[in-house]
Design a protein around this ligand. Structure first.
Ligand code: HEM
Length: 433
């Protein structure tokens, strides 16, 4: 009798242990999958209980192929919007002779740019600013995704969505997805019904959304609504606006800190305008700003707007004599690569001459990877470089930037590199400078 009870007890104990081992393995799997999903834009969970668990794994190869096509053709799409590409609010602060917080001004600008260039969509985030529920939701989601990432106990969807933060997250997802849905649906109708848009598409005046909606594979099949939405999300949140906002803000900060370097940029820009009647930039001007380009690259190195990326190993990999197993998630810290003392002497110094052609040639190409490297590198990098050149050239043509000497700027790693209490700069109109 005792023996039967003992063996029943050990079977129960065994079942209990196996149950917890399975639970543990599922939690580990859930964790790595969540890391992956958070790396993409955290789209709205498709199921009330399972949340993201059985959703599509972010943008697929077919979609990325279209994205690549778009970036190859982008000058035509975005040159339409070369005109107003200076952050409106800088002029307002300059008139009042006051310091302004750079991230908040530039990120609204960058959101306007990507919405306009990729989707021909006017939001005017710069004017409406934080009162716009859409802008609010975008910022809140970026913050929440980072908070969640650092709280592993919330990686499980069912627990997270029971919390007030999880519910707020979901609410914000709805706001954002409503906009994506509206933009796509409206364009579908315009494409189907207006000859003007069709002619534009024929003439190749495409924006990113046109490409997604009109592209067909070899069997004549297009992307589904959900696939298009995944691509729109990647462009808007995962990739196209926070990154550029961070890069422009930090470049402005470094230039403000180095009056001599800033002045050299201004001379280069003024030279372009000699003998011209308007101060509109031409598309060709972007290839005649070598010194400004060097400053931008040095800012990308020094501040690393995307500080780190994750990769899942598809095979056992020898890293410096240590074998990292297949399936492991590896964190590649771009910021550390950009501060490797064996490559970059005095790495915390802002020195644009590190990017003269000669210096670039003598360096390992993997020493500088702000846009990552390899087959999944940033497909928006040419667009981003042009956007940065254009906006910085426009700002420096009109203003001289000065940093607030009483404000301490401290880096804080988020999805993109930010400053703990922001960056405070003043823009002084150049005639008075
Ligand atoms: C200075 C600005 C930018 C920086 C520093 C940057 C950096 C990066 C990095 C490091 C990656 C690799 C991410 C990873 O592997 O986890 C990436 C991917 C990507 N970026 Fe950018 N990016 C910038 C601007 C943009 C812009 C403006 C767009 C869109 C117009 C864009 C679109 C993308 C897309 C779609 C991917 C995913 C590519 C893929 O998975 O194959 N990026 N970016």
């Amino acid at each position: 009798m005792v023996a039967i009870a003992a063996s029943a007890l050990s079977v129960a104990a065994l079942v209990f242990i196996v149950f917890w081992i399975i639970k543990f393995l599922m939690a580990v799997k859930d964790y790595s999958r969540t890391c992956y999903l958070i790396r993409q834009f955290p789209h709205e969970p498709s199921h009330p209980i399972w949340g993201h668990l059985f959703d599509y794994p972010g943008p697929n190869e077919k979609g990325l192929q279209y994205q690549r096509e778009m970036t190859a053709k982008y000058p035509r799409a975005s040159s339409v919007w070369l005109g107003p590409s200076i952050p409106d609010n800088i002029g307002v602060h300059a008139e009042k002779d006051e310091y302004f917080e750079v991230f908040s001004v530039i990120s609204k600008f960058a959101l306007d740019v990507i919405l306009k260039c990729a989707f021909s969509y006017d939001t005017d985030c710069q004017k409406i600013g934080n009162q716009n529920p859409y802008v609010q939701a975008v910022y809140a989601l970026s913050e929440m995704a980072v908070q969640r990432y650092f709280q592993p106990w919330f990686h499980s969807d069912w627990l997270y969505f029971l919390t007030p933060m999880g519910r707020k997250f979901r609410e914000n997802c709805r706001v954002v997805h409503k906009l994506a849905n509206d933009v796509i649906s409206k364009r579908k109708i315009t494409l189907a019904s207006t000859t003007v848009r069709k002619q534009e598409v024929k003439k190749n005046c495409l924006d990113f959304l046109d490409i997604l909606l009109t592209a067909r594979d070899e069997n004549g099949e297009g992307l589904t609504f959900d696939e298009i939405k995944a691509e729109v999300d990647t462009f808007l949140f995962g990739a196209g606006h926070g990154t550029t906002a961070s890069a422009i803000s930090w470049a402005m900060y470094s230039l403000a800190q180095h009056a001599d370097i800033q002045a050299t940029c201004q001379e280069e820009i003024d030279e372009l305008f000699k003998g011209r009647e308007t101060d509109d930039f031409l598309w060709e001007d972007l290839s005649h700003l070598p010194y400004l380009s060097m400053c931008i690259k040095e800012a990308l190195r020094l501040h690393s707007p995307v500080p780190s990326i994750l990769r899942e190993l598809t095979q056992d990999t020898d890293i410096d004599g240590h074998i990292a197993p297949k399936g492991a998630i590896v964190n590649i810290v771009i910021y550390n690569i950009h501060h490797n003392p064996t490559v970059w002497q005095d790495s915390l110094e802002f020195r644009p001459e590190r990017f003269t052609e000669e210096n670039i040639k003598s360096r390992n190409p993997y020493a500088f990877i702000p846009f990552s490297a390899g087959p999944r590198n940033c497909i928006g990098q040419n667009f981003a470089m042009d956007e940065m050149k254009l906006v910085l050239a426009k700002i420096l043509h009109r203003f001289t930037l000065v940093a607030d000497p009483d404000h301490k700027v401290e880096k804080v790693e988020s999805l993109v590199m930010k400053a703990k209490t922001g960056i405070q700069l003043k823009a002084i109109p150049r005639k008075q400078a």
